[in-house]
Design a protein around this ligand. Structure first.
Ligand SMILES: C[S@@+](CC[C@H](N)C(=O)[O-])C[C@H]1O[C@@H](n2cnc3c(N)ncnc32)[C@H](O)[C@@H]1O
Length: 281
């Protein structure tokens, strides 16, 4: 496991290498766009057109195949609830939860019908109610090892006998390729773009985000198994998402079709979707 930082450029201001740490519900909200009102909440079509990215389609395919429609499912750290609403739309019984109930809930309930949204910090408590399934997508990358242990312990307590956890911690694994790519390559690329902008007298800011942590698959399995969950399977997919973090690579993929295959050789080493299936032991 290692710390995961991200470098982001914004076309205004003049700050260089200002550091941010993602801690609160509001920090997540800001980075995801916003959980507050927007036109995208006016219809199901608008909502999914805006938010249904490739990795979410992959998660959806797997979850719809694995989860029993009649079983109760809890989603932890749901945010807007994009994947959860895809399931609810197909009549799956899903309760959402997060550190706070986002403003979006009251608007989305109008277009998706009634569904529950609970306030839950999974590191502080488990719920009284037990569920057949728990899903947790792109949340646990913010947890250090101590918090990851608490997370699995509390998830375990909230599962019924033989209950399942579907977990994608968010982001690719801690491998040599991902280390070189996100710690060194993406930083150098941002520095170069920043410099060119400045030389051309354009306003630009360069931010460093302490994003969370990268874990190896084996580390996640080991922590889960130490907390009463048994590893079943891992579903690996999406070899392009990590490449899209690079302005240069994503532009080359877009405009030079043959470049795609070359960069996919790198992308194959950093799959973005790593959906683990665990069962309560
Ligand atoms: C990157 S967002 C992902 C949201 C959603 N799962 C998705 O796929 O769009 C991470 C979410 O996890 C929530 N979160 C962070 N720590 C949490 C905790 N200890 N318990 C519950 N939710 C948490 C944040 O508030 C945020 O909404």
């Amino acid at each position: 496991m290692r710390e995961w930082t991200q470098f982001k450029l914004k076309k205004n201001g003049s700050e260089r290498f200002k550091e941010f740490k993602i801690k609160t519900f509001e920090d997540h909200e800001k980075l995801l766009g916003s959980y507050k009102y927007s036109n995208y909440f006016l219809s199901k079509k608008n909502f999914f057109k805006r938010y249904l990215s490739n990795h979410r389609k992959i998660w959806n395919r797997i979850l719809q195949k694995k989860i029993n429609k009649n079983h109760q499912t809890l989603s932890v750290g749901s945010g807007l609830g994009i994947n959860e609403l895809l399931l609810i739309k197909k009549n799956f019984k899903v309760d959402c939860s997060d550190l706070k109930i986002p403003d979006s809930y009251k608007f989305l309930r109008k277009i998706f019908g009634k569904y529950k949204y609970k306030k839950l910090d999974i590191l502080k408590k488990n719920l009284n109610k037990k569920y057949h399934n728990i899903i947790c997508l792109s949340v646990a990358y913010t947890f250090n090892k101590k918090k990851m242990n608490i997370f699995f312990k509390n998830v375990n307590k909230s599962l019924k006998k033989d209950g399942k956890l579907y977990l994608d911690i968010g982001g690719s694994s801690d491998t040599f390729s991902s280390l070189i790519y996100d710690k060194y390559y993406l930083r150098v690329e941002s520095e170069i773009i920043f410099l060119i902008y400045r030389l051309l007298n354009n306003k630009i800011s360069f931010y460093k985000y302490i994003w969370g942590f990268k874990y190896k698959n084996s580390e996640i399995i080991s922590i889960a198994e130490n907390n009463g969950l048994k590893y079943q399977e891992i579903y690996i997919d999406d070899y392009e998402n990590e490449l899209n973090r690079s302005k240069i690579i994503s532009t080359m993929i877009k405009y030079l079709p043959f470049a795609k295959y070359l960069f996919y050789l790198i992308g194959f080493k950093m799959p973005y979707v790593r959906l683990f299936e665990f069962v309560k032991a």
